[in-house]
Write a protein that binds this ligand. Structure first.
Ligand SMILES: O=C(O)C1=C[C@@H](OP(=O)(O)O)[C@@H](O)[C@H](O)C1
Ligand SMILES: C=C(OP(=O)(O)O)C(=O)O
Length: 412
């Protein structure tokens, strides 16, 4: 359990941001598929990236791989192992991983010729994967459940004889993550095209690249917690974030414009983003479609709860199948602050404006979800907060509590 309280309601801090786990995980898979002549700078030290690194180092000598809670790692490895010319593996994870659906991806891979069986419930991990090189060059996949399935197919397309054409069915969810995969592949010299109108992705076969460097940027999803702190501080509060670029491959860089609506201005100069609170929010209701940026939903709901701003969010259909059911978790834990939210359907969340936040009498539960812990922490600018199982943050941001000491009183 960790206890948080306000240090000084006018914030002034410099934070060296943790590195992107999404970019790191793509870099590791691509480095392995494109035969190692890739140097990665600033790899993330998150649990999820470590799990992938370990799996890629050891898969040739082991027959069971356990990736814990790491969803992206699980999905990327499923496709990676399925196209290995030989070998057989059990791919498993935490109890929660066994509740996160994988059917859409397994169906697509099976149609391509992959040999995958379910060892537990149909449609869910754990999987038994038998590698094969008899893989076809075309596949269609439902694009509305998780973009991770598609990113995984895109990357392994480089190692399929004749390349791969992927047809995307239905509305594409979490699109910026596909674009991140696309740009990282393109930067490495892989022939890749995305036609968003035709919903068609084409990958050319490529098994080797010569001497390339991949620089991993800071994590914009992690930056969202610092935005929230500034938004909840006094006017004039400021945080300088180091490690982010002016233009990013990450869709969550959109938080700049989301938080601008909540009174936080962002400016870039010599490798530093400066976030400054310039006013209290003028708007009563923040209306957003978050289908492109699902990972910042919890941050925004908590920030708005602390500011008395209402919320009308759509595009949240993926939140129920992430590290926890994030819609249910938000509802339960905000209740402890006397803030009510409504979840009228699986993809919507509504919170009335001008609700008054009160000090919670109980600790905030984190549901084994790093983003629950980090999204609720900034509310300590408004009330004393205790957070259970603070260790969950290591999934994406191991140094979070240490960094937070610059802004809040953090005690055990
Ligand atoms: O590809 C990625 O790195 C990710 C894609 C998103 O998942 P979905 O596509 O399942 O929404 C995101 O929520 C996750 O944290 C990371
Ligand atoms: C959803 C997330 O991760 P994953 O799906 O990779 O477990 C996340 O980091 O918020």
């Amino acid at each position: 359990m960790i206890h948080l309280s306000d240090k000084n309601s006018k914030i002034d801090a410099v934070i060296e941001l943790t590195r992107s786990k999404s970019e790191s995980n793509r870099a590791l898979i691509l480095k392995t598929l494109l035969k190692d002549s890739i140097h990665i700078n600033n790899l993330s030290d998150s649990d999820d990236t470590k799990a992938l690194m370990e799996a890629l180092n050891e898969y040739q000598d082991s027959d069971e791989i356990n990736v814990g809670h790491a969803g992206t790692t699980f999905r990327f490895l499923t496709a990676f192992l399925a196209i290995q010319p030989a070998g057989s593996w059990i791919l498993t994870g935490s109890e929660r991983m066994k509740e996160r659906p994988i059917k859409v991806m397994v169906d697509a891979l099976r149609i391509m010729g992959a040999k995958i069986e379910y060892l537990g419930k149909d449609g869910f991990p754990p999987l038994k994967i038998q590698g094969t090189s008899f893989i076809s060059n075309e596949v269609s996949i439902d694009a509305g459940v998780s973009s991770q399935y598609i990113s995984a197919l895109m990357m392994v397309g480089t190692n399929i004889q004749g390349g791969l054409k992927i047809r995307l069915d239905g509305k594409i969810t979490s699109l910026p993550y596909l674009m991140m995969t696309f740009s990282m592949m393109e930067e490495l010299g892989v022939g890749v095209s995305i036609d968003l109108e035709e919903q068609l992705i084409t990958i050319e076969e490529k098994r080797k690249v010569a001497n390339q460097v991949v620089n991993i940027e800071g994590d914009w999803s992690a930056a969202s917690y610092w935005y929230s702190l500034v938004a909840l501080g006094e006017i004039g509060s400021q945080i300088k974030l180091l490690g982010l670029n002016q233009t990013s491959r990450q869709g969550d860089a959109r938080i700049k414009s989301y938080f601008e609506q909540l009174g936080v201005e962002s400016s870039f100069d010599v490798g530093t983003w400066t976030l400054t609170k310039i006013s209290e929010p003028e708007l009563k209701l923040l209306q957003l479609d978050l289908s492109d940026t699902p990972d910042v939903a919890q941050t925004l709901v908590c920030a708005c709860a602390g500011l008395g701003v209402g919320v009308d969010f759509t595009g949240l259909h993926t939140l129920r199948i992430k590290e926890t059911d994030r819609l249910m978790a938000l509802q339960n834990e905000l209740e402890k602050f006397n803030i009510r939210i409504e979840v009228p359907s699986n993809h919507q969340l509504f919170m009335k404006a001008e609700q008054v936040l009160s000090e919670p009498k109980e600790a905030i539960a984190t549901y084994k979800d790093h983003r629950m812990a980090m999204a609720f922490a900034p509310l300590a600018m408004k009330a004393k907060v205790a957070i259970e199982h603070e260790e969950v943050v290591s999934k994406s941001y191991p140094s979070f509590w240490n960094d937070l000491k610059k802004v809040l009183n953090v005690g055990s």
